[in-house]
Design a protein around this ligand. Structure first.
Ligand code: 1PR
Length: 560
């Protein structure tokens, strides 16, 4: 099939979409100028970032009018995420900016009272009508959305279910007690609020059906006889899945090769018989391991460059190549951490954290994770009477790419005290696991440079400030628990969950299946991350998921 085009305006990770299309055996060309839009036979618009900036860029680049003409011409269009939202009249996200106005209605912010926002993770899409495409031979192709399958969502705004536009609605999804439109389809226009290119095999099936359907005018048909419109009812609980994340700490070993390693409380060197530091532990090759975890059912993959404090020219950042290669075969979200900060090349050239993040997004990352730089930013924010500067990495990246793209990686360690009065400037909690001298209280000190340096700031101050700055998720490590296989630090996790309204990933300490069940049963964390047990093949991800399923914890099943 020729004439398949991608409408990109440089706002984020579209590499994964291109890779997904290529994997399905199709080539896709990029729209470079307005005239290309009308040349296209099929067009995919993977809107990324904020509604307002997407629309502004469409207008600035003179794409908006040709896009409307393209859609009116009856040629096939697919919008993804903001690419779907742009079809509506407007969005609460940027009330002064108009959408394309093809579908009546406004995109609204989720209600944050009963749930964390963004809605980030795997959820169901329930088709409320049955749609079939025709292929070139006139055969039916189902739209690819299958009952029971789950898809990857990442957004804070959505279009609420609305009977008045029922002819447009293909599926709905429930988040908390809200039902929103998760996909639309009418004539030649198709769109998903979720990301098919990040939804594993279930998502690839949807892209495939769109690509295989005939590209001629109006050949996409709605089979009217099959339309079963029923109003979706609000269930007592949504079907949002708990996520299992595999984390790969990456660094160069003593031979200069990039390897996945794993520390015990952040010490990544083998212990030798004479108790001196040995070689950096080598647990495999990053790209191969990521692929293995995708096949085993990981819901996300996180790469952390743990020697990021070393200076490196922007173009030689070691993780760029790893991301590019991983995103060719791994179709779940990828996060990259380590070194997301302003950098100066060895030749003296300055690059902002925003530029660094941009390189990673273009190489296939969906989120960046900020560690040390977040601690410094919060220190300045608190010293400056909580006035936002607008210039921190968190703020600039969240502004350009959306909050959902900014994760804060926290590396805390416990400091025990006898009484809260001993530490009046920090958030102190009573612990059931007293310190070495029986101290019944502790606070969690934030560290920088991979745990090498403790700072005078506690986790509570860090996460609440980062949320204000625009971070979209917290990756909550714990130095005391890392690599110990003794279970997650539930006290820390519960304390952080109470403090923020953004998703939290529990990390550090998983040693058996029951630790995952425990963290989901005893905290309301959105995701659990592990490293060592997966790398050492002690417990396959599949076993963890089966164990959770047997205990009625909702997880995503593999969908081959
Ligand atoms: O400060 O923005 O450059 O980011 C550096 C990043 O590298 C941070 O996210 C920091 O957590 C990470 N990092 C730095 N040094 C180490 C180290 O181990 N020496 N890794 C390190 C942190 C912790 C987790 C680990 C979980 C689960 N690793 O990512 O994967 O604790 O482990 P487990 O399941 O085996 O217990 P910046």
């Amino acid at each position: 099939m020729g004439g398949l085009y991608l409408l990109d305006y440089g706002a984020g990770n579209v590499r994964s979409l291109v890779n997904a299309v290529n994997k399905l055996g199709y080539e896709i060309e990029w729209i470079k100028e307005p005239g290309d839009i009308l040349k296209a036979e099929k067009l995919i618009f993977p809107g990324v970032g904020a509604f307002g900036s997407a629309m502004q860029l469409l207008v600035e680049k003179n794409y908006a009018e040709p896009l409307k003409q393209f859609i009116a011409s009856g040629k096939q269009f697919m919008g993804i995420c903001v690419g779907l939202q742009a079809l509506f009249e407007g969005s609460e996200e940027n009330p002064n900016i108009s959408g394309l106005g093809i579908i009546p209605g406004t995109v609204k912010l989720f209600n944050k009272d009963d749930k964390v926002v963004p809605h980030m993770g795997w959820n169901e899409a329930n088709c409320i009508k049955e749609i079939k495409y025709k292929n070139e031979l006139g055969q039916d192709i189902h739209c690819g959305i299958k009952p029971g399958s789950v898809y990857y969502f990442v957004h804070s705004y959505a279009v609420p279910y609305n009977q008045k536009i029922k002819e447009w609605i293909l599926s709905t999804t429930q988040y908390g007690d809200e039902i929103f439109i998760s996909s639309i389809q009418k004539d030649n226009v198709f769109g998903t609020q979720f990301h098919p290119e990040k939804s594993g095999y279930a998502g690839l099936r949807i892209l495939k059906s769109f690509l295989e359907s005939s590209g001629n005018n109006n050949l996409v048909v709605v089979d009217d006889k099959k339309i079963i419109m029923k109003n979706p009812t609000i269930l007592p609980k949504d079907r949002f899945r708990k996520r299992i994340i595999a984390c790969l700490d990456v660094r160069t070993n003593d031979h200069g090769d990039l390897v996945v390693t794993k520390g015990d409380q952040y010490d990544v060197r083998e212990r030798t018989t004479d108790n001196t530091n040995g070689q950096v532990r080598n647990l495999g090759k990053p790209v191969d391991l990521a692929r293995r975890y995708f096949d085993e059912g990981a819901d996300e993959i996180t790469f952390l460059n743990i020697t990021s404090f070393r200076n490196c020219p922007l173009v030689d950042l070691p993780m760029l190549e790893i991301l590019k290669r991983t995103s060719e075969t791994v179709f779940v979200p990828l996060t990259i951490g380590g070194g997301i900060r302003d950098i100066i090349d060895p030749d003296g050239k300055f690059h902002s954290a925003l530029e660094v993040a941009g390189e990673y997004f273009r190489s296939g990352a969906d989120k960046v994770s900020i560690g040390s730089d977040a601690v410094y930013a919060v220190e300045n924010y608190l010293a400056n009477n909580k006035i936002l500067s607008g210039r921190t990495a968190i703020e600039t990246i969240a502004h350009a790419y959306g909050s959902q793209a900014v994760v804060i990686s926290v590396d805390p360690k416990r400091i025990y005290v006898n009484s809260p009065d001993d530490e009046p400037n920090h958030h102190v909690i009573k612990t059931s696991y007293p310190g070495p001298n029986g101290e019944p209280w502790c606070w969690y000190q934030c560290t920088v440079k991979g745990g090498r340096e403790g700072r005078d700031i506690d986790v509570h101050q860090l996460v609440t400030s980062c949320e204000v700055m625009g971070a979209g998720e917290i990756l909550l490590n714990c130095m005391d628990k890392d690599g110990t296989n003794s279970g997650y630090d539930l006290e820390l996790i519960n304390d952080v969950k109470k403090a923020v309204r953004i998703p939290v990933i529990a990390s550090s300490g998983a040693g058996k299946e029951d630790h995952f069940a425990e963290v989901f049963a005893k905290t309301n964390v959105e995701a659990a991350l592990a490293a060592g047990i997966f790398h050492r093949r002690e417990i396959p991800i599949k076993h963890v998921k089966n164990y959770l399923k047997e205990r009625y914890i909702l997880i995503r099943d593999e969908d081959p």
